[in-house]
Write a protein that binds this ligand. Structure first.
Ligand SMILES: Nc1ncnc2c1ncn2[C@@H]1O[C@H](COP(=O)(O)OP(=O)(O)OP(=O)(O)O)[C@@H](O)[C@H]1O
Length: 246
């Protein structure tokens, strides 16, 4: 059986009195691509943020590579470096060049050798068609280019696992394909383990091994991708898919 990289058991999350995630249970295997789908407000971003320690949770456990992760504990920062995350907003530092944005984490946080890190960053930039952009500032980039830099910045930390939260949601339509292709290549060529939140249904269908369908903070379905898109098990998922343009 494939190794389980991430295991989530009985996770409960509230924002003050608002209970947002209810008894979330799932695991992700090495090399698996899981897409998290569900209507707006169903809790997708909250779940992703809990996995990356950006949100505290009240009950349950998250185990990553065999270690329980508790954001308040000291070992968390080290574990977290193994989990790369890219958001809808690119969050690049405006006063740093593309290269310095990428090198900040590897050199300052991980103490990687600067020359090696730079050479790796150049290779990564080339792989996303941005070889000539190392010395420009984020304001000189299009949205799609910024998002590709954000992906490179996450990869430069050598993650074992990637979380993508609606990374194309704020891009112009012609920029979307380039970013999705990079994620597809990561999955197919690098065999990266990942969880992807997306509203791009064709992309989800193409990339996902498995779909987790969330509704009102509960996982209604955990279904292999081909089955989910052709024969969803719940009426709610059928309605959701019918409302999507794909
Ligand atoms: N910081 C917060 N404080 C209070 N409530 C929040 C907060 N963030 C999210 N929520 C609530 O939690 C629920 C889940 O929100 P979340 O953003 O996780 O959903 P989502 O599925 O990612 O939605 P979308 O697809 O629109 O991004 C919603 O009811 C939302 O209003």
């Amino acid at each position: 059986m494939a190794e389980k990289v991430l295991q989530v058991a009985h996770l409960e999350k509230s924002y003050r009195k608002k209970h947002v995630l209810h008894d979330i249970n799932f695991s992700v295997e090495q090399g698996e691509v899981v897409t998290l789908l569900g209507p707006s407000g169903s809790g997708k971003s909250t779940l992703i943020r809990c996995l990356n320690g950006l949100e505290p949770y009240q009950k349950g456990t998250i185990t990553f590579e065999g270690k329980k992760i508790v954001p308040t504990e000291k070992n968390w920062q080290k574990i977290r470096q193994k989990i790369g995350m890219v958001f809808q907003s690119y969050d690049l530092f405006p006063n740093l060049t593309v290269m310095d944005n990428i090198l900040l984490g590897p050199t300052k946080v991980q103490k990687q050798d600067r020359t090696t890190a730079r050479s790796e960053a150049e290779t990564l930039l080339k792989s996303v068609d941005l070889a000539d952009y190392a010395n420009v500032y984020p304001r000189e980039l299009s949205g799609g280019q910024k998002q590709r830099v954000a992906i490179v910045r996450a990869l430069a930390l050598h993650p074992d696992f990637m979380l993508f939260d609606e990374v194309t949601a704020s891009l112009d339509p012609e920029m979307v394909r380039g970013v999705l292709t990079i994620i597809e290549n990561l999955a197919n060529q690098e065999n990266m383990t990942m969880i992807v939140v997306t509203h791009e249904m064709n992309f989800a269908k193409q990339i996902a091994d498995r779909v987790l369908f969330l509704q009102d903070g509960r996982i209604l379905e955990q279904t292999p991708s081909e089955k989910f898109f052709t024969n969803p098990q719940t009426d709610r998922a059928k309605v959701f898919l019918d409302s999507m343009d794909f």
